[in-house]
Ligand binder design. Sequence first.
Ligand code: LLP
Length: 427
Amino acid sequence: MLGISLPSQFEYRNGVLHVEGVSALKIARECGTPVYVYSTTAIAERFAGLEAGLSEVDHLICYALKANSNQSILKLLNGLGAGFDAVSGGEYARAIAAGAPGQKIVFSGVGKTESEMRSALEGGIRQFNVESEPELLLLNGLAASMDAKAPVAIRINPDIDAETHQKISTGMAENKFGVPIRRARHIYSRAAELPNIDIVGIDVHIGSQLQNLEPFRKAFSLIAELAAELRADGHAIKRIDLGGGLGIAYNSREETPICPEDYCEAIIETVGHLGCEIEIEPGRYIVGDAGILLSNVLYLKDGADRRFLVVDAAMNDLMRPAIYDAYHEIIPVSEPGPDQSPLSVDVVGPVCESSDTFAKQRLLPAIGAGDTVAFLSAGSYGSSMASEYNTRALVPEVLVNGEKYAVIRKRPTIKEIIDRDIVPAWL
Ligand code: LLP
């Protein structure tokens, strides 16, 4: 009726939006708003879909923690057999805390510190995705001092346009990521000379929220060619890490996301013949559509030439619209009647800057103060990017499973926030 497609775990029942078997209104009332709500089944289904698509090749799905690193979500994915992609010592520690074995954690990122590398070497690591020669040398020296060998894949920058938002595009020559593909053979031969480096594979990640398969295909094919060259040079290439990036439809009226089966097929077609273990690092695809942000409407306010719907969620809670002009579908939690005429509104939060705008001139069913709305596709890069700007407490998170739900992160009190500051004795 709203003309948008919702994941099947989110549907109106008796006029109220439900997440699996639980009313979103009930969660909003009991936990307060804003609140993130995730569906266990939606996460598990997305994960299972990728597992099925890659079943004919040896593979490991390394969930990118940055998309949503709540312990419960990591535990859920760990239980399903996922590996993890961490990009900081903090994320590595989160994966370990959720029960992941070090052997299933890859460590990516362009600026790993020595102490981060050390904790991963101590705790166990599947591979470091190394992004530069200086990083390689530092890792080698550190591993030598620990009498260890560091498993390494080199991240290659293939200079391919991922055709996505420029702020989340990572595979072009101008981006800081990876080693230029033309220098790949050189850096692999350097790596082979280092006694405490164990070359295990090749890594690539060209960007996030990809909507077209072609850039993936191009990048994966280049990596397959490179693997053959590196093997001819005598390197043992046993793993290929293809990164993340599979997009979702934030605006299901206008966007057609890549079909995950096609993505998996493209992987098998381009690199399947190498006999390598294939790793992928999806984040958004697994949790994005599995989460919503519930928010209450504070005011319907008339401006000079437009109406503002002021909600109690703000840019600090869901940063994507402010940073990337990202679109998130907004729907009322109480199902609108068939004869309601839509209103054109700017949906804004309480934070004191104009970038605190979730939507401009959006046609929404008639909604007023006291109503609850849901921001869709908010499971990825929502809570994980949130801040306490304007001293707004981090939004709590709720996980639904069938008829039950649990608070998986509580809202801190303002006192807890204040108490983190330290006032020196001289003040
Ligand atoms: N692997 C690496 C090395 C990455 O840098 C990323 C994302 C991923 C995997 C996971 O990508 P995904 O499958 O989620 O697309 N904050 C932005 C997205 C930033 C993505 C950064 N890297 C957003 O809200 O759209």
